[in-house]
Design a protein around this ligand. Sequence first.
Ligand SMILES: Cc1ncc(C[n+]2csc(CCOP(=O)(O)OP(=O)(O)O)c2C)c(N)n1
Ligand SMILES: [Mg+2]
Length: 889
Amino acid sequence: MKASKKEINSSGGDKVSATLKSVFELALDSQGTERTAQMLEQLAQELRSAPRPASGVTTPYVNTIPVEEQPEYPGDRAIERRIKSIMRWNAMAMVVKANSTTNVGGHIASFASSATLYEVAQNHFFRGATENFPGDMVYFQGHAAPGMYARAYMEGRLDESQLQNFRQELADGGGLSSYPHPYLMPEFWQFPTVSMGLGPIMSLYQARFNRYLQARGLTNWKSEPKVWAFLGDGESDEPESLGAITLAARENLDNIIWVVNCNLQRLDGPVRGNGKIIQELEGLFTGAGWNVIKVIWGTEWDDIIKRDKSGLLLKRMEECVDGDYQKYVVEPGSYTRKHFFGKYPELLELVTHLSDEQISKLLRGGHDVRKMYAAYQAAMDCKGQPTVILAKTVKGYGLGEAGEGKNISHQQKKMNEKELREFRHRFDIPISDDVIADTPFFRPAPDSVETKYLLARRQKLGGFIPARIVKPATLDVPKADYFAEFFKGSTTDASTTMAFVRLLTILLRHKAVGKNVVPIIPDEARTFGMDALFKDIGIYSPKGQLYEPVDKKSLLYYLEKKDGQILEEGISEAGAMSSFIAAGTSYASHGVPMIPFYTYYSMFGPQRVGDQFWLAGDIRAKGFLLGATSGRTSLNGEGLQHQDGHSLLHASTIPTCLPYDPAFGFELAVIIADGMRRMFVEQEDIFYYLALYNENYSMPPMPAGVEDGIVKGLYKFKAGYDGAKIKAHIFGSGSIMQSALKAQMILAEKYGVSADVWSATSYKLLRTDAIRCQRWNILHPTQPAKKSYVENLLAKETGAFVAVSDNIRTVPDQIAPWVPGGLFTLGTDGFGRSDTRARLRRFFGVDVESTVIGTLYALAEKKLIDRKVVAQAIKDLGVDPEMVQPQIV
Ligand SMILES: Cc1ncc(C[n+]2csc(CCOP(=O)(O)OP(=O)(O)O)c2C)c(N)n1
Ligand SMILES: [Mg+2]
């Protein structure tokens, strides 16, 4: 029977403390109080500088699963080793080849360390997608990608020319992407992982989302998929990696298995040279409530460990730090004999029967299929808790002189002929001397034992992994007229946030797709007036509600339900974004399209979790991101770290993101209806970012025929008066449209300027359309030039063009090159301040008066009016020309 961690700790601890006590008494008796105190102080000092495992709950530095509890290995180890060796060769060859003629990079050492971790899972655990089973969801370590390609090559899923073009995707015939990118290889990769930390956190929320779908009755699985995440030990330092691990334990996510490849190294050097990463992680995960399985020593160690009756071997294992363990990899066996075992003569006895070479080959647990199989089986069987497997490996395993265990391993992408020969010899690859310098790929014949074995295993387990299989599934989404109430405008003042919440409420009631809507909120529902939804559709909680909520007597109480529809993520934008991604890719991962609406505090969007926004594009997520309380001046009072005037620009940088800045309720309705159509009927892999504001004003009715302009990014909302000599155009958007509309009146009444007011719903979309035309024109110089939407729309307009925005000027400036005569922009560059809307807008120069003055100035610049008119307006409108300016450097 395996002793529990508690038993080991307490029985050992009792003995030690009894011994310490008698030594203490002996010292007192023989040396006296003063001398004993001195000795104790000296010991305390030594203890302070001694290497110690991180605080937390740790067990001895040995395998968690004792030999007696290890199951028989069910596979043919010899064939599996051959298969794995061939993969090692091809993965290495892919990188070396690519770098022999180019400098495209690549990694050999990561897969070299993790090949066994993947192969045991591929041959015995990962289950592919079948009827009524979505397939296990596997997050591969990004820089181990060559290993996955090497396997797919042996499986016959990739051909030689693709391998040849590793990292050369634009080569003739196409190539393989550097890392897992579903955007680039949509039938192969499911989950992008290479921005480290994002894979781990996404995997947790994916596992949680799987439970959510199940709880809401939207799945028909024959069994539950497991979510596997493979991560590096260095990667565990990313705050995202470990930041959400308590969620998995709290919600009993036993559908997740993490495998941390503890090769003790990251890019520059050791992960914890002066400590032990495995012990540190064990403490953290145990404290967080996970089932922790350490796989440290390979089978050859079993006997040595068993024969040690002195306890010194464990002591030696514990006292060595990771820096020492790394050294034992690069040095010969004689070094390990002398420095590891040799520290205590008793330990040397344990290895006298082993040659130095045999000592150097004592495997680490993560390279031993039997140990890894035992760990995976235990993880599969674990109930009620998530499992993490901490597998000790060697970085660059098998690379020998070329980079096994060396600090340069991670960057190694070239191998000389001698190193290639050694590699071939070590893994027994049938490649002859005369061609070895070309690092040819090697694939056993289709009827070889290896190929047959490998295919049979995958067939038994349901199919290949990774594979991204998207079954066509459309949603019967409503058209814009389903939201007809917004087309009439509103009698009472409302903000675009309020309009959105109303729209969401109506959508949630839609017969066909209401159930597919996933509202996601990071502890801000009350801020946005979304709290009514709590009671309406409930907050998802696997435990239901075990308490009576304090507001139970009120109409809109805080209701948690087992099948609740809202994902209330608490204060974790990274977690909420992970949920958005899980829900937004449900069409692919589950064949169940879901429509996420992730509503959050605008400032804490792309600026905070921008890498996840980017990843949402790569993973082909669909859905709506709603940056509420947007605007540098519309959100007043909150100041510098809250007032957002640049998310629209961030969002504009993501190729598959459509950013919109709607001013009115009807615009929202048109954009969201069109978005649902494009994403869930037309099956476009895109997502939306909408800026929402909290300023209340009257929502006008929709002018006729503007739908197309709304979705394309610009339309004329309110023309100026007829017959004026001086003509201007003001582009407004979002809340600041109010400045444009009021400026239009003042310009007409006081200065005889007829300004057309346009609603610019999306500068980015106008720009990308113009860029597309421009590129075509450059490459077809002799053909009639194509004109973009914005160029056509403005072709006949004259006068000055002014844009006013509650965002930095760069947002409207995106279209400046295509505006006739250029664009003059007013925006909110600079840090926000806490003050009233009126003062803030004056400060940034985007209030009504500043818009009037700006328009007059733009006209004067074009010599369409006298500059004196501008000076007069500054006086008339009471603007202080010497007022304090936002600081911009
Ligand atoms: C967020 C992020 N930062 C930095 C990198 C660059 N990078 C790629 S791999 C690597 C080292 C990885 O070490 P580890 O996680 O221990 O994985 P191993 O290769 O050792 O298995 C670094 C720094 C990255 N990909 N993502
Ligand atoms: Mg590492």
